[in-house]
Design a protein around this ligand. Structure first.
Ligand SMILES: [Zn+2]
Length: 603
C-alpha cells in the first residue's frame, strides 16, 4: 500500500483512561506510595507467620493472600499502564522513563514480598496439606499447592545463591554467546550472478519466495554458513545440554523433561502420549506434501519448498470489514462471545493504527481483574490481519472472562494460554471459508491454515523428538557435530518420509534454533496448545450448542485448578490418546478438503 492512501484503521487508538487519566495523573504516584506502604505493612504482619504455630491459621493465611492480591492488583495496574504507553509510543522519553521507574519499583516491592513464598515452602508437608484442604482457603487451593511443587527441587538458601551466581558464567553465558553469535552472522547469498549479504532473518524470509531456485540457494547458503561455525555451535549445544543435565542431578529431576513438565503442570505420560499420537499421524503430512508438490508443479517437494506460497489470489481487507467478520463469526458460536468482543471495539480497548514509535506485532494485555484487557494490533489491510484480530480477541475474551477470578487465579498457565485465541481463529477461519465462493481463494486460505498448523504441531513434534534424543545421548558423553546432525536427520526423516526430499545440508537445521538453547523442551507446549484447541474445536463441531457453556466456563476458570482438572470439566480427558486424535482428525479433514478443492480449481 502506498503511504499516501489512508489506512482503514487510521484513528483506531485505545483509550487507557480506565487505568489512569494520563502520564501526569497524580494517582500514579499516590498508588505507588500506597503500594510501598502496603508492602511494609504486609512484611510486618506476616513475616514469620508460618514458623510460629500459634499465629498460623487458615483465616490468617486467607487474609494474607487477600492483602497480597490487593498489592499485586495496584502494582499490575501501574505496570500495565506504563507498558501499554510505551508499546504504542516509545519515542516519547517520558513514557520510557515511567516504564523504567515502575519496573524498578516493582522489583523492589517484589523483593520485599518474596519471604512469603520462601516461608510457605518451609512449612511441613503435613501442616501445608491441612491448610490447603481447609474450606476457608478453597479459592487458594491450587495456588497454595502449585507454589509448593518445586519444594523437592529447591536447595538450601546458600546453595541457591551459589547456583544463581554460577549460572552467570554457566547456562546464561552460553545463551548470550549463542544469541550474539547467531545475530552477528552474515549470509553471502549468490544467486543468478549476484551476491548479496543477508542477516539471518533476511535469509530465512526467502523460504517464502515464489522463486524455487532462490529458495534453494538461500537454504544452501544458510546451512553452509552455519556448518562453517560448527565449533562454536556444537560447543554451545553441548554446554547447554550438559548444564541442563547437571541442574537435573542437583535438583533431583528424574529425566530431562521432568522440570519442564512440572513448570507446565502436565503429567509426563500425557505429553508422551500426545507426541506418539502426533507421530502416528505423520502420514497426514505426507498427503499434504504430495498435494503441495502438485500445486507447485513439482515431482516431489524438497525441504526448501515447505513454505513456498501456493496462493496468488488472496484479497485484502479493511479494518471495518475485519471487525464485522470476526464479530459475526463469534456470534455464530455464541452471542456472549460477540457481546464480549464488541465491547473492545465500542469502548476503545483496541489500538490498531500503524504509526511511528509503535511496537510491531500484536498482543492482548490482561492488565488486572479490576480493569479489563487492552489489545494492540498493527492493521495492514491484509487478510492475515483478520486472523490476528480473531486471535487477540480470543485472548481478550479469555482474559475478560477470567476477571471473575481473584488476582492469584487470574493468569493462564502456558499450556492453556492459547486456548481461546486459536479457537477464535478457527471460528473465524470457518466463517471466512463459508463466505468465500472462489475455489482458488478458498484453496489458498486452506493451504496457509494447514501450513500454520503443521508448523505448530508436526514441526514442533519433530523438534521435541530431536531434543529427547540429543539430551539422552549427552548424558552418556559429549556429542560430536555429526552425532547431533544425525539425531536431527532421523527426527526429521520420520516426518518427511519419502514425501519430501531433504537437502544434505539440512543436517545443520538444529544449529540456529533458539528454543533449544533458551528453554530446553519448550517446543512441546506448542504441540499441546494447538492440538488441544483442535480437539476442543472438534468436540464443538460434534456436539454443537451444548458444548458452548462448558467452553465459556473453562475460559472463566483462569488458573483456579491445574490444566487437566479444568479440561476434564469441559469433557476433555488429556490422558486419553483418543482426545489427541480428535485434533489430528481436524487436520486430516483439512488436508482432504484441500485435495478436493485442488481438483475443482484444476477442473
Ligand atoms: Zn497468542
Amino acid at each position: 500500500m502506498k503511504s499516501s492512501e489512508p489506512n482503514s484503521a487510521h484513528g483506531i487508538v485505545w483509550n487507557l483512561g480506565d487505568l489512569y487519566s494520563g502520564i501526569d495523573d497524580p494517582k500514579i504516584e499516590s498508588d505507588l506510595s500506597a503500594c510501598r506502604a502496603a508492602c511494609d505493612r504486609f512484611a510486618e504482619s506476616y513475616r514469620g507467620m508460618f514458623s510460629s504455630n500459634e499465629g498460623l491459621s487458615a483465616a490468617k493465611l486467607k487474609r494474607a493472600l487477600q492483602e497480597l492480591e490487593s498489592i499485586y492488583e495496584i502494582l499490575g495496574k501501574i505496570g500495565s499502564y506504563a507498558g501499554l504507553l510505551t508499546a504504542v509510543d516509545n519515542l516519547t522519553a517520558a513514557n520510557r522513563q515511567l516504564e523504567d521507574r515502575v519496573q524498578q519499583a516493582a522489583v523492589e516491592m517484589q523483593n520485599r514480598l518474596t519471604f512469603f513464598d520462601i516461608e510457605w515452602l518451609k512449612v511441613s508437608d503435613e501442616t501445608a496439606q491441612t491448610l490447603i484442604d481447609d474450606p476457608e482457603l478453597k479459592n487458594y487451593q491450587h495456588y497454595l499447592a502449585a507454589s509448593r511443587r518445586y519444594k523437592p527441587h529447591t536447595l538450601s538458601e546458600p546453595e541457591e545463591l551459589l547456583m544463581n551466581h554460577k549460572s552467570l558464567t554457566a547456562g546464561s553465558a552460553w545463551v548470550h554467546l549463542f544469541d550474539e553469535f547467531t545475530a552477528s552472522l552474515q549470509y553471502p547469498l549468490e544467486y543468478q550472478g549476484e551476491t548479496r549479504t543477508l542477516t539471518q532473518p533476511g535469509i530465512l524470509a526467502l523460504s517464502y519466495d515464489p522463486d524455487r531456485g532462490l529458495r534453494k540457494a538461500a537454504q544452501e547458503c544458510l546451512y553452509t554458513e552455519l556448518s562453517r561455525h560448527e565449533l562454536v555451535l556444537t560447543n554451545v549445544f553441548n554446554a547447554i545440554t550438559q548444564d541442563h543435565s547437571i541442574n537435573d542431578q542437583v535438583r533431583h529431576y528424574g529425566s530431562p523433561m521432568a522440570s519442564r513438565h512440572l513448570a507446565n503442570e502436565v503429567p509426563p505420560e500425557v505429553v508422551e502420549r500426545m507426541l506418539e499420537v502426533a507421530e502416528a499421524n505423520y502420514s497426514v503430512a505426507h498427503d499434504y506434501y504430495r498435494l503441495k508438490a502438485k500445486l507447485l508443479g513439482l515431482e516431489k517437494m524438497a525441504t526448501y519448498d515447505q513454505y513456498a506460497p501456493v496462493a496468488t489470489k488472496i484479497p485484502s481487507c479493511q479494518y471495518d470489514q475485519g471487525r464485522k467478520t470476526v464479530l459475526d463469526a463469534f456470534e455464530k458460536f455464541d452471542p456472549v462471545m460477540r457481546a464480549t468482543a464488541a465491547q473492545f471495539f465500542d469502548k476503545h480497548w483496541i489500538d490498531a493504527e500503524v504509526r511511528p514509535g509503535k511496537r510491531g506485532g500484536a498482543f492482548s494485555a490482561s492488565t488486572v481483574p479490576s480493569v479489563h484487557p487492552y489489545i494492540m494490533l498493527n492493521w495492514t489491510e491484509k487478510l492475515r490481519d483478520v486472523s490476528t484480530m480473531a486471535h487477540e480477541l480470543g485472548h481478550g475474551i479469555h482474559q475478560y472472562l477470567s476477571r471473575s477470578q481473584t488476582y492469584l487465579n487470574f493468569h493462564h498457565p502456558l499450556t492453556v494460554a492459547e486456548t481461546a485465541s486459536v479457537f477464535g481463529e478457527f471460528l473465524t477461519f470457518d466463517y471466512v471459508m463459508a463466505q468465500e465462493s472462489d475455489p482458488e481463494v478458498r484453496l489458498g486460505l486452506l493451504c496457509s491454515k494447514i501450513e500454520d498448523a503443521f508448523a505448530t504441531v508436526f514441526r514442533q513434534n519433530v523438534l521435541t523428538r530431536f531434543e529427547q534424543a540429543a539430551h539422552a545421548a549427552r548424558r552418556r558423553q559429549k556429542l560430536a557435530s555429526d552425532e547431533i546432525c544425525e539425531h536431527w536427520w532421523k527426527a526429521n526423516q520420520a516426518l518427511y518420509g519419502d514425501a519430501v526430499e531433504m537437502l544434505e545440508l539440512y543436517r545443520w537445521g538444529w544449529s540456529y534454533i533458539p528454543h533449544f538453547i533458551h528453554t530446553p523442551f519448550y517446543c512441546y507446549a506448542y504441540v499441546f496448545g494447538e492440538l488441544l484447541v483442535l480437539s476442543l474445536y472438534r468436540m464443538y463441531r460434534e456436539e454443537g450448542k451444548p458444548f458452548v457453556p462448558r467452553y465459556l466456563e473453562l475460559l472463566k476458570s483462569g488458573s483456579s485448578a491445574p490444566p487437566d482438572v479444568l479440561l476434564k470439566r469441559v469433557g476433555a480427558d488429556i490422558s486419553d490418546a483418543k482426545f489427541w486424535q480428535k485434533g489430528l482428525d481436524v487436520l486430516k479433514d483439512m488436508v482432504g478438503q484441500a485435495v478436493k478443492l485442488a481438483g475443482e480449481v484444476k477442473g
